[in-house]
Design a protein around this ligand. Sequence first.
Ligand code: B12
Ligand code: SF4
Length: 454
Amino acid sequence: MRLEDHPAVKKVRGQAKSDVPADKLSGAWLRDLCLKHGADDVGFVSLGRKEVVGQAAKILEAFPHTKTLVSIVCKMNRNPVRSAVRSIANMEFHETYDEVNAAARDIVRALDKYGIGAVNAVAAFPQEMQNFPGPIWAVAHKPIAEAAGLGKMGLHRNVIHPKFGSFVLLGTVLIDREVDEESRPVDYAPCVDCKLCVAACPVEAIGMDGSFNFSACYAHNYREFMGGFADWVEEIADSESREDYRERVPINETVSMWQSLSFKANYKAAYCISVCPAGEEVLAPFLEDKVAFRKAYVEPLQKKKETVYVLPRSDAEDWLEKRFPEKTAKRVRWTIDAQDPFSFMFNLTLTFQRGKARGLDACYHVTFPDLGGTTATIEIRKGMLSIDFAEAGTADVKLTMESARFARLFEHGFDLEGALHDGVVKVEGDVTLVKKLRNCWGVYGSLEGELEPV
Ligand code: B12
Ligand code: SF4
């Protein structure tokens, strides 16, 4: 049969063209369609916008025909998210993540009826775990939501919607058409800078100045996801007997893992969102009585007796001892391994403990003779770490070592004096600065011990 005579081909060729303009879609029409299919707000960002440049290649990998990004938000119910009972708050997160995915999927299906190609990027999980520990998400929704005028990131680094506040989850639909309307960022920050997110976070992941301690959030909130899960599996592998395993992992943690595997992995905190008063729909009770607001929504989370997972002698461990004596700290391992010195340096950016860097102001050049004399720069200024995979600035200290030794240098118990004596690590400059540098990662790679005195 000739292709022309195929029944399906004849049917398709005979189909009436839809009344949607082929080139540019009407923004009003598209907005209406998205709201009808479950989005609570929507904005449009064309692929060429500067806010998208950094992830354009990834987006085109997900959908090569992408011309416009349709950013959507779905509202969470506030009071369940605020609950100090984790199962209730988690259910609200999970259900809303499902709603975002369902809305995005329905939008794709509705657009298909008009011959418009679209792909719904996943809101949370599943992600590209084969890329772990590199970036595992297909589309980073926050910068797109900001560009689409759906809010701005607050101190806690989540997007705060001007009306719905922090109680929103985000999604992005990639479409193969241009839209006759370009959304623009909101011209003010909905965050009211109350710092309640800082006060509520059990691991001090959110700094007063807007810095974010990635490893603190990841070690605790994500205990049952990704690296935390891997740590639990390795704990099983290391256990010598049932008694030994129970010594390492109490029964409530074991059944919690079962629950996460059977239903969905649960967030241990996410308190930064729970306590946030920002947003026109949310703000009134905070404005009326700030003390009562704090009592109602912050204190129950602060006083909650719970296990909090921390990296050994991290800032989070110190914070917990100082601020939340009712909570129990449990030391866990960092499980993001690095295969080469450069991915290890990236690892260092995720695990840096700025509290331990207090008073340290120095620039280090690290040279690897086995990598053709490549030099990297580690700089610590005012509690901030920056790493450059090239020689930059003026070094206070110069280190030289084989690349395989670099990660070991940071391990707790590494015999620096011995390495210097044997000449396997060479230091030009003040060795104390090297010791201070190592302490900026707490007790790295071990569950036991304290910082080395400097
Ligand atoms: C990675 C990620 C995280 C990381 C890092 C968060 C951060 N602030 O940097 C962790 C695991 C800690 C995390 C925690 C949470 N997240 Co989250 N997360 C994401 C994700 C997948 C991508 C974020 C992103 O934009 N990265 C890109 C670049 C621009 O970010 P960056 O700052 O340059 O890089 C940082 C991270 O990416 C990280 N990183 C770098 N490499 C790697 C590798 C791996 C394997 C991981 C895990 C992280 C990581 O290190 C960098 C420095 O901090 C998005 C979903 C998505 N697909 O967009 C949700 C998302 C940002 N998360 C969300 C939420 C709600 C949370 C939590 C409340 C937990 C929860 N209940 O879901 C907490 C809040 C923590 C906080 N205060 O920020 C929502 C935020 C909604 C909103 N209103 O803005 C999003 C948008 C999901 C969604 N669909 O709604 N999250
Ligand atoms: S809790 Fe306060 S400081 Fe933190 S993000 Fe919300 S409004 Fe901003």
